[in-house]
Design a protein around this ligand. Structure first.
Ligand SMILES: [Zn+2]
Length: 503
């Protein structure tokens, strides 16, 4: 039940009064959904159950399970918890036998203090017998990397790790093993926990020139990519394993640590830095890593930049609110202002296709926000509104269950023949207000703006609009349904935001 208490944190949420099984609703009968042990929702008049992931109910038809058939009744995953360790420690360790021998006792001690089951994985190249010897001594395993470089080593480790969490650390004694305990304690707050030299309270004891270079590179890259991370190059991290699933990394060198962060943000995972004191390595020393990190990163910067600024990134709309591109910022803020004005006083809102917009955080108490993309919802958890993964073509809610329905910047992305407008009207209560936003393609301003926008923000929304509406067409469409047109707002005379009253 705890999962749900967190998920549906708004006690006034109309969620439970409105929610129903989407499979059964489509088939013509209503089955309300109730919590089933905290990890799923089950139908009260049917045998369907739906998982809850990251506190978000997954109410898609394809997510429906028939209860009792291969059902793990409430367990979040089907992994064999008994056999699998809680933590996989991945240590790129090419020719680091001597350092490993010093590192491992302290690491094992920390694990024992934490009382977590763990596995030790040292990644090296074939023939590194020294490392193999030490690992055998400590009951660890050696994994031979198939691709070169630090990135190649991490990828080999990720592939073989079976723990629920992965700890990555260097073998060279610059990462004190005791700090694992601090990171482990923070694992509930973020999926990626970084031991950070540069966040408040952290420190780095390294030669001045290397320190300077590292700070400059980190500041430049975190700003360039708009990531609120001060120590992007720290290779000491605790990562929840399933957050890495499905990420296919391009980097093979030290730049993989940045790529993991960019992809984590793109997927809506939480990243947290905790201050740590970086200790200088005892055996050997080099500026090499800092320089290599910089060079490798410059090579992949463009790819990471595109990924970071893609509309598919979980926090796209949230970031657009503060974009350095004036047009984008003005747009998001105008949309925010008009939408919040038009929903004001109408009661709890169902926001269909909420994305990661800050509007989610401004919805009145009791509201529910829906999107098809789980990564956007993961990001949106910070707004504290009840979130549901669902399709706008088959909303998992009873007829006439919300006094206000909002759908902004969605309908231009789906075919006109789709059932989305029917669905918006269906879940809206009689006398309720529909707030609908989409570009007006009958104005000359919109096509011009779209071209400009596509030019300044490649990878933005410009190429994604498949259905073109106009003010006239929308008013006619809704008047035919008996709706009364109540308000019209324009952003730069291109984006249209309309309010209609259902009879
Ligand atoms: Zn059902």
């Amino acid at each position: 039940m705890q999962t749900l208490a967190v998920s549906l944190r708004d006690p006034e949420s109309v969620f439970y009064a409105a929610v129903c099984c989407p499979v059964c609703r489509k088939a013509g009968h209503m089955s309300a959904l109730v919590p089933d042990g905290g990890a799923s929702l089950r139908g009260i008049a049917c045998d369907h159950a739906y998982p809850i992931s990251e506190e978000i109910p997954i109410l898609l038809e394809e997510a429906a399970r028939i209860r009792g058939v291969g059902d793990s009744s409430g367990s979040r995953k089907t992994r064999d918890v008994e056999a699998e360790p809680a933590l996989s420690v991945i240590i790129p360790a090419l020719h680091e036998a001597d350092n490993l021998r010093e590192l491992l006792p302290g690491l094992v001690e920390s694990m024992q203090r934490l009382q977590v089951s763990f596995e030790l994985l040292a990644i090296t190249e074939p023939g590194d017998t020294g490392v193999a010897g030490v690992m055998t001594e400590y009951g660890g395993r050696v994994i031979e990397q198939t691709e070169p470089g630090y990135g190649g080593a991490l990828l080999a480790g990720f592939e073989r790790a079976s723990g629920e969490y992965i700890l990555i650390m260097d073998a060279d004694l610059s990462h004190p093993p005791k700090f694992v305990e601090d990171m482990w304690a923070a694992r509930g707050e973020a999926e990626v926990v970084i031991a950070s030299r540069y966040t408040a309270g952290g420190s780095a004891d390294m030669p001045g020139s290397r320190y300077f270079l590292s700070r400059v590179l980190n500041a430049f890259f975190s700003r360039g990519l708009g990531l609120k991370v001060r120590d992007m190059s720290s290779g000491y991290r605790l990562i929840r394993t399933d957050s890495l699933r499905g990420m296919s990394m391009r980097a093979r060198d030290f730049d993989i640590v940045q790529e993991i962060l960019v992809r984590a943000y793109a997927e809506g995972w939480r990243v947290r830095e905790i201050p740590f004191s970086y200790a200088p390595r005892r055996h050997g020393s080099s500026h090499a890593r800092v320089l290599k990190f910089g060079m490798a990163y410059l090579r992949t910067f463009w790819n990471l930049w595109k990924l970071r600024n893609s509309i598919l990134a979980a926090d796209y709309d949230d970031r657009a609110h503060d974009s350095v591109i004036f047009l984008q910022r003005y747009w998001q803020r105008s949309r925010f202002r008009y939408v919040t004005e038009l929903i004001a006083g109408e009661g709890p809102v169902l926001d269909v296709g909420c994305g990661s917009s800050r509007i989610i955080g401004a919805l009145p108490s009791g509201s529910v926000a829906v999107d098809i993309l789980l990564r956007k919802l993961r990001h949106a958890r910070r707004f504290g509104t009840t979130l549901v993964q669902a399709s706008g073509f088959n909303l998992p809610f009873r007829d006439e269950s919300f006094p206000c329905v909002l759908c902004s910047q969605v309908i231009e992305h789906v075919p006109k023949e789709s059932p989305i407008l029917d669905e918006l009207c269906r879940v809206l209560a009689p006398g309720g207000r529909l707030v609908l936003g989409t570009p007006d393609y009958e104005t000359w301003e919109w096509p011009t703006l779209e071209k400009l926008y596509g030019f300044f923000a490649p990878g933005g929304y410009a190429d994604e609009h498949i259905s073109h509406y106009s003010l006239r067409e929308l008013i006619e469409t809704f008047e035919r349904r008996g709706f009364v047109h109540e308000a019209t707002r324009y952003i730069l005379h291109g984006e249209l935001i309309l309010a209609f009253r259902k009879p």
